[in-house]
Design a protein around this ligand. Structure first.
Ligand code: NAD
Ligand code: UFG
Length: 336
């Protein structure tokens, strides 16, 4: 099967490329490199021993994108490309709507024109908005609490409309919970630019001495220890979820929606203490005010993915921390 991977040099995309290549899929990858490094292309080739075509292309460049469809005949598209920083999306909504929505529309226009009718889309648990109860199942009400979440929700709706207009399409919408961890080799992992927004890269950067201490955003939530609870999932488990969606849903018309999470929630302090065990040092932290827009807890009911895709996350918290730490220690400055 020949697959186009958009945003394939990014964190989740690159790990998914490895899993695809290792299973014999033929890949074409493009990325604008706005939030990733071209070095990832060679790292993925070296880890897998497999070759693939890479295009440096912005999905807003409709002509450049069309060239990729002219050069190749795809069976399916796995669509990761997009901007993802929640805070930045609040400051620059037009940039986020333009990039994520207009970019996706360019892609879908070409999929229609070149008759590629299978897509797997990276959605997010953010589409559940300000959830009132956990665990979260796919039929929970949807809402957006920031422009980034707005783009995910709009793209989900565009994909649903696309299927209504042409019911030969197979659309898989995967709603990720909180991906962490890295490739077991330590050569590939999350490579945030500047000061990280997300918990795990922040913790590992404190542990390695690049940042002074972790700010724990609030300790009075109605959770086990008062800190926020999330469903952290190993990026390789997440990557394998995409393989399952391709295996089970390619050529099966419909809109197939799945939560990809472990179904287990861990608090900020539980993550911090597990990482302390793994890196064998104290990680300094201070409790500060809650971060605007954060919810107390968020974890998945992941039973639908198990039932319909035969997918279940296999890697536990200790391994997630070990792999994140190996990546951070081997690459103290990321791939720069
Ligand atoms: P990432 O930033 O590492 O990867 C996204 C890639 O898309 C980057 O390499 C970036 O350069 C590329 N890109 C952005 N705009 C582009 C454009 N216009 N044209 C071409 N390439 C472009 O992020 P990630 O964590 O790997 O996320 C992948 C997808 O999963 C994103 O759509 C993200 O919104 C979604 N997602 C991520 C998380 C998370 O916590 N990491 C959670 C839920 C959903
Ligand atoms: N946290 C801290 N200190 C930090 C960073 C985070 O205490 O420096 C806490 C947060 O308050 C939250 C938890 O750690 O309780 C996780 O925060 P992240 O920023 O790592 O992740 P979020 O759950 O806020 O959001 C992530 C992605 C979103 C995505 C969402 C659901 O960043 O894009 O998961 O998938 F929408």
């Amino acid at each position: 099967m020949k697959v186009l991977v958009t945003g394939g040099t990014g964190y989740i995309g690159s790990h998914t490329c490895i899993e695809l290549l290792e299973r014999g899929y033929e890949l074409v990858v493009f990325d604008s490199l706005v939030n990733s490094s071209e070095k990832v292309v060679d790292i993925v080739k070296s880890i897998t021993g497999k070759d693939f075509k890479f295009y440096k292309c912005d999905m807003l460049d409709a002509d450049g994108l069309e060239q990729i469809f002219e050069d190749n005949k795809f069976d399916s598209v796995v669509h990761f490309a997009g901007l993802k920083a929640v805070g930045e999306s609040v400051e620059m909504p037009v940039k986020y709507y333009t990039n994520n929505i207009c970019g996706t529309l360019n892609l879908l226009r070409l999929m229609e024109k070149y008759e590629v009718r299978n897509i797997v889309f990276s959605s997010s648990a953010t589409v559940y908005g300000d959830v009132k109860t956990v665990p979260i199942s796919e039929d929970f009400p949807l809402s957006a609490t920031n422009p980034y979440g707005g783009t995910k929700l709009m793209i989900e709706n565009i994909l649903k409309d696309l299927f209504v207009s042409d019911n030969r399409f197979s659309v898989s919408i995967l709603r990720y919970f909180n991906p962490i961890g890295a490739h077991i080799s330590g050569r590939l992992g999350e490579n945030p630019r500047g000061i990280p927004n997300n918990l795990m890269p922040y913790i590992t950067q404190v542990a390695i001495g690049k940042l002074d201490y972790l700010r724990v955003f609030g300790d009075t939530y109605p959770t086990r220890d008062g800190t926020g609870v999330r469903d952290y999932i190993h990026v390789v488990d997440l990557a394998i979820g995409h393989i399952k969606a391709l295996e089970k849903k390619t050529g099966i018309p419909g809109v197939h929606i799945y939560n990809l999470g472990t179904g287990i929630g861990y608090s900020v302090l539980e993550i911090l203490h597990t990482m302390e065990e793994v890196c064998k040092k104290k990680i300094p932290y201070r409790i500060v005010s809650p971060r605007a827009g954060d919810i107390a807890q968020c974890y998945a009911d992941a039973s639908k993915a198990l039932l319909e895709l035969g997918w279940k996350a296999e890697r536990g918290l200790k391994q997630m921390c070990e792999d994140s730490w190996r990546w951070q220690s081997m690459n103290p400055n990321g791939l720069e």
